[in-house]
Design a protein around this ligand. Structure first.
Ligand SMILES: [Zn+2]
Length: 133
């Protein structure tokens, strides 16, 4: 690409990734499906294939959903009237699944954006040069 792009700060890139947009231009979509990454940004041509999130989005999603659901379960047990197990199963299992499905693509987009913002550091480390400030 010969087109120059303005530098993007970390929080802007993170927000764009959270919204499923290209971290560089903020216009192209990151995903072609639910979690399937596009090979390139359709607007600016940024190659997205080198940025692999691997298991990080699933890990962070489990971390966040667990920190939302487990305190709610404990609060219901402590302050509720000790509801039966079927009540817990009927309430917390769907809530956990819905929260996971809502958060997973957003967290994956944010992880991809974070990887993209740190690519100069990774490149410098591979070359053995000092990382950029
Ligand atoms: Zn783009």
């Amino acid at each position: 690409m010969s087109e120059a792009f303005a530098p993007v700060d970390f929080l802007t890139a993170l927000k764009r990734g959270w919204l499923g947009r290209c971290p560089r231009c903020g216009e192209g979509r990151l995903f072609g499906g639910f979690l399937k990454m596009q090979a390139h940004c359709s607007k600016c041509g940024l190659g997205l294939e080198p940025f692999r999130a691997d298991d990080a989005p699933a890990y962070f999603t489990i971390l966040v959903v667990g920190h939302i659901v487990v305190p709610l379960v404990l609060a219901v047990e402590r302050y509720g009237d000790t509801p039966p197990l079927w009540f817990h199963a009927a309430l917390w299992l769907p809530l956990s699944v819905i929260l996971s499905l809502v958060l997973l693509p957003r967290i994956k987009g944010a992880v991809i954006a974070m990887l993209w913002t740190h690519r100069p550091l990774a490149s410098a480390a591979h070359r053995g040069a000092e990382p950029m400030p």
